[in-house]
Design a protein around this ligand. Structure first.
Ligand code: URA
Length: 209
């Protein structure tokens, strides 16, 4: 089964509280999501492999570590996933970014894929799929299937908030995918919103509705 990691760093939790609040406006919401994404990226990349190289400092020669292994690819699910990209790119500026466009059919709550554009070498990359709200799990599940169909083998899923229902879907369908969350909430309501959640992440990020 895939592992679920709730990143309970105090800074992440503090900022998430303000993200959740109704009275947090678009500008502050966007800034906080960006900051939390950066903090989460720090934790998610904790297991990246390193190798030692020899360098010269002004004082001596020394062995020192640099990143090795697979390069990173970010795959935000449109549109709310976009809100977390820049925060991650500040830590991993060389990452390539693919996009998957999915919307939820309001009747069935099932994802419909309307856009996909990926780096050509995704099979050689460690991919981080970004879906801020893992609700039914339908969009993330669909996106991960799309990536695997195109040859991706190393995938992590990064979400701000998840419902247990969404986590269960990913664990069942993708036991190889580790899931990183800022919070695991209580449940989904009858409209498919995470409770207590933060409302519609896309609308709050982009000031729509
Ligand atoms: N998508 C959102 O933006 N919010 C939810 O609560 C569920 C899905």
């Amino acid at each position: 089964m895939s592992n679920v990691f709730v990143l309970d760093h105090p800074l992440i939790q503090h900022k998430l509280t303000y993200i959740r609040r109704t009275k947090t406006g678009t500008k502050e919401f966007r800034e906080l999501v960006d900051e939390v994404a950066g903090l989460m990226a720090f934790e998610i990349t904790r297991d990246l492999p390193t190798e030692e190289i020899e360098i010269e400092t002004p004082v001596t020669t020394a062995k020192a570590k640099i990143l090795s292994g697979k390069k990173i690819g970010l795959v935000p699910i449109l549109r709310a996933g976009l809100g977390m990209v820049d925060g991650i790119l500040r830590l991993i500026p060389a990452a390539k970014v693919g996009h998957v466009g999915l919307y939820r059919d309001p009747e069935t709550l099932m994802p419909v894929e309307y856009y996909i554009k990926l780096p050509s070498d995704i099979q050689e990359r460690e991919l981080i799929v970004i879906d801020p709200m893992l609700a039914t799990g339908g969009s993330a599940n669909d996106a991960i299937h799309s990536l695997k169909k195109r040859g991706a083998t190393h995938i992590k899923l990064m979400c701000l908030i998840a419902a247990p229902e969404g986590v269960e879907v990913i664990q069942k369908e993708h036991p190889d995918v580790d899931i990183y969350l800022a919070a695991l909430d209580e449940k989904l309501n009858e409209k498919g919103y995470i409770v207590p959640g933060l409302g519609d992440a896309g609308d709050r990020l982009f000031g729509t509705k």
